[in-house]
Design a protein around this ligand. Structure first.
Ligand SMILES: Nc1ncnc2c1ncn2[C@@H]1O[C@H](COP(=O)(O)OP(=O)(O)O)[C@@H](O)[C@H]1O
Ligand SMILES: CC(=O)N[C@@H](CCC(=O)OP(=O)(O)O)C(=O)O
Length: 287
């Protein structure tokens, strides 16, 4: 009986949070490192289905860096990164498209349906909602077919939300000539969040947050300012795939959003804990 009462109390507590966030959009960026972990993905997608069921509006943007690197290795192509972005020639682009649009995008939507949700693939193979152009690297390095998103088909994504369906978007964009580009998934998620005027942008990764030492989980930084984040990139504490993630957070903050979060998607219910509790998990970056 006590357990049943505690469960009812939890439901009542959740009601306040649900009322507060109902109708608001949360963009959830699923990192490719997490997509390798079937159990973590199952729990995360259940959290997303719960959010959708109670009237929040989740939108998924995903990457797939690890799977792309593996598929490239199988095709005999060496992966090369510049400041966390993959140098993408024509052969690599084919692999990127197959992994992101052909495999992972379909896998995520299928898993959502399997657990009782309704999901729709919005990829260049179905309906492309990310439009952009070739990214000109600030250092002058030519990254090949790497793009940046300049506009998002907001109406398509929102009309799905109105009919209780969750958009699942891979990090690929088209330019006006139909040329496809490989977009870093963190920056793609940022562009979607900005375009939808999202209330929250949550980056789910396979680390517990930003750390002072990349390989030491106990060195996690629970909260930091935009200035500190810039210093940590400049000093080399933030490296590799964490650079575009933190840069995307900084750009989002620069456009009026007050807080962004980088959290550990392997932690069970990390998404719900982040949204429905006052003690956040992971690293929060604030203006
Ligand atoms: N200071 C840091 N704190 C935490 N992780 C870091 C840091 N610097 C580099 N990293 C690396 O960034 C990775 C996360 O980026 P990435 O592999 O692109 O993840 P995702 O696939 O989730 O986007 C971590 O697994 C870690 O190896
Ligand atoms: C240009 C660029 O770097 N694109 C990324 C797209 C996937 C991605 O970002 O995946 P994660 O979220 O797993 O890092 C890449 O090719 O790896």
């Amino acid at each position: 009986m006590d357990q049943a009462i505690a469960k009812a109390d939890t439901l009542i507590e959740a009601m306040g949070w649900i009322r507060r966030f109902r109708g608001k959009t949360t963009v959830i960026k699923l990192g490719g490192s997490l997509l390798e972990d079937e159990v973590a993905i199952q729990h995360l997608l259940l959290d997303v289905i719960f959010m959708e069921s109670v009237g929040l509006r989740p939108v998924i943007v995903h990457g797939g860096g690890k799977a792309i690197t593996q598929a490239m290795a199988e095709a005999g192509i060496e992966a090369k990164f510049v400041r966390g972005r993959r140098v993408t020639d024509e052969a690599s682009l084919k692999v990127v498209e197959q992994v992101l649009a052909g495999e992972l995008n379909v896998y995520i939507a299928e898993q959502m349906e399997r657990y009782g949700g309704r999901a729709v693939n919005l990829s260049p193979r179905t309906t492309c909602v990310l439009h952009g152009r070739k990214l000109l690297d600030p250092d002058g390095t030519d990254l090949g077919f790497v793009g940046e998103v300049t506009s998002v088909d907001r109406d398509v994504i929102e009309s799905l939300a109105y009919t209780d369906q969750v958009a699942v978007i891979p990090s690929l964009c088209h330019d006006e000539h139909g040329q496809l580009y490989n977009v870093n998934a963190d920056t793609a998620a940022m562009a979607v969040a900005q375009s939808l005027g999202a209330d929250k942008l949550v980056f789910l990764s396979d680390v517990n947050g930003v750390r002072r030492q990349a390989d030491d989980p106990s060195s996690i930084i629970p909260a930091m300012s935009a200035t500190e984040a810039r210093e940590l990139i400049a000093s080399g504490v933030i490296q590799g795939g964490m650079i575009p993630k933190v840069e995307a957070c900084l750009e989002t903050l620069g456009r009026g959003v007050q807080k962004v979060h980088i959290i550990d998607g392997r932690l069970r219910h990390s998404l719900l804990l982040e949204i429905f509790t006052t003690d956040g998990v992971g690293t929060e970056i604030h203006a």
